[in-house]
Write a protein that binds this ligand. Sequence first.
Ligand code: SF4
Ligand code: SF4
Length: 80
Amino acid sequence: MGTAVVMEDVCYSYAGRTCGVCYRACPLPGKAMKLGLYETPIVNPEHCVGCGLCEQACVHMPQAIRVIPASQLAQEEVHG
Ligand code: SF4
Ligand code: SF4
């Protein structure tokens, strides 16, 4: 499994265009994902189960939120 990661420079909400569609697709709203100003998605890696529903629901092409496999996340931590 993995964890959802938001590409903030691509996401509509982070650009001030209220979206939040991914949040409404998340089966653990308020836990795996919270909303900030303009409905910016904020993922909590502790609770995200990596189901990918947010990625499927994202209205931006290419998706502004993606599930990154745990192995890849660990690598990025090591290599910065
Ligand atoms: S991967 Fe699933 S649990 Fe994690 S934030 Fe996306 S929809 Fe929610
Ligand atoms: S659905 Fe996509 S563009 Fe909309 S808030 Fe979520 S990540 Fe951003």
